[in-house]
Design a protein around this ligand. Structure first.
Ligand code: NDP
Length: 271
């Protein structure tokens, strides 16, 4: 019987996860059927339970807007999922036991450090957004020892709540219109690029030395945010393709006990 895993969220049709898992599957010789399941918060609990009961079902990735719902559904969670209060990876352990983890931060840090050679240590970092992805990346970024870590969100109350959750890690919130100036690294963890929009952050947050990173990704590496940051003169701009691949590698390891090499999967689809 083959192993089955799936991505749950809305929207999911654009996801490149199936292609990445196919590469890992071919590389390691582990057969995997990977489904895309588009569902709402209302239908998610029953849909996930039905999938978990399918023969061969081993786990799932959870994307927006369901990461907080997934957290609530899990029977047990890793320390990093507990810290985030959000789950993007589950493993089915039998007897309706669902183990939750959060690999967004590990995926981002690995892409920044190992693939792009960008250091976080001692840098001034601004994170835009306060949704499920922001929750997952704040702890791992803080672990790298930035000089400052500021979070700003359209709904400022959500940024304040998240900063309070991570206050022991020295994270503070600021308004989008006045986040501070000339950050070394600005990370867009909003979903604005999915609507071809850019969060209304003060352009003074960026300088000619700023690295801009969008968690959203596209086949040509360009998003509304990376285009905007490049137009502001940012030193370098990156989309979240490498992060997607790295967090998928973490998931594959959780499901199969094997860590795939990510170099081949990081090649973008042919244009
Ligand atoms: P959520 O739905 O949980 O949160 C969305 C966030 O985006 C909120 O903070 C929301 O602000 C903000 N937002 C949405 N539209 C706008 C806008 N027009 N202007 C300003 N802010 C906006 O989504 P996630 O946190 O799960 O995902 C965020 C992004 O990260 C998505 O693009 C997702 O695809 C990407 N992602 C990429 C990964 C990767 O591996 N590359 C992994 C995880 C996520 P408000 O609270 O005010 O509504």
């Amino acid at each position: 019987m083959g192993v089955r895993c799936a991505l749950f969220g809305h929207p999911v049709a654009h996801s490149r996860s199936p292609r990445i898992y196919q590469t890992f599957s071919e590389q390691t010789g582990q057969a995997l059927d990977f489904d895309l399941v588009d569902c709402t918060a209302e239908s998610f609990p029953a849909t996930l339970a039905a999938f978990a009961a399918t023969p061969g079902a081993r786990g799932a990735n959870i994307t927006l807007p369901l990461k907080l719902d997934a957290y609530a559904l899990c029977s047990a969670r890793s320390a990093r999922a507990e810290a985030a209060g959000a789950v993007n990876l589950v493993r089915f352990e039998g007897h309706n036991w669902i183990l939750g983890d959060n690999t967004d931060g590990a995926g981002l840090v690995r892409d920044l450090h190992d693939n792009l050679g960008i250091s976080i240590t001692g840098q001034r970092v601004l994170v835009l957004g306060a949704g499920g992805a922001a929750r997952g990346i704040l702890g791992p970024i803080a672990d790298c020892g930035p000089a400052a870590l500021v979070i700003a969100n359209r709904d400022s109350a959500k940024a304040d709540l998240l900063a309070a959750r991570f206050s022991a890690r020295g994270i503070r919130s600021a308004p989008l219109a006045r986040p501070g100036s000339a950050f070394d690294l600005v990370i867009n963890a909003t979903s604005a690029s999915l609507d071809n929009k850019v969060p209304e952050v003060a352009p003074s947050a960026l300088s000619l030395d700023t690295v801009a990173y969008d968690l959203a990704y596209s086949d040509d590496g360009q998003t509304a945010f990376t285009r905007w940051a490049a137009a502001q003169g940012s030193a370098s701009v990156h989309d979240g393709w490498g992060m997607l691949v790295e967090q998928a590698a973490e998931s594959f390891e959780a499901w199969f006990g094997l860590r795939p090499d990510t170099a081949q999967a990081r090649d973008r689809p042919q244009q």
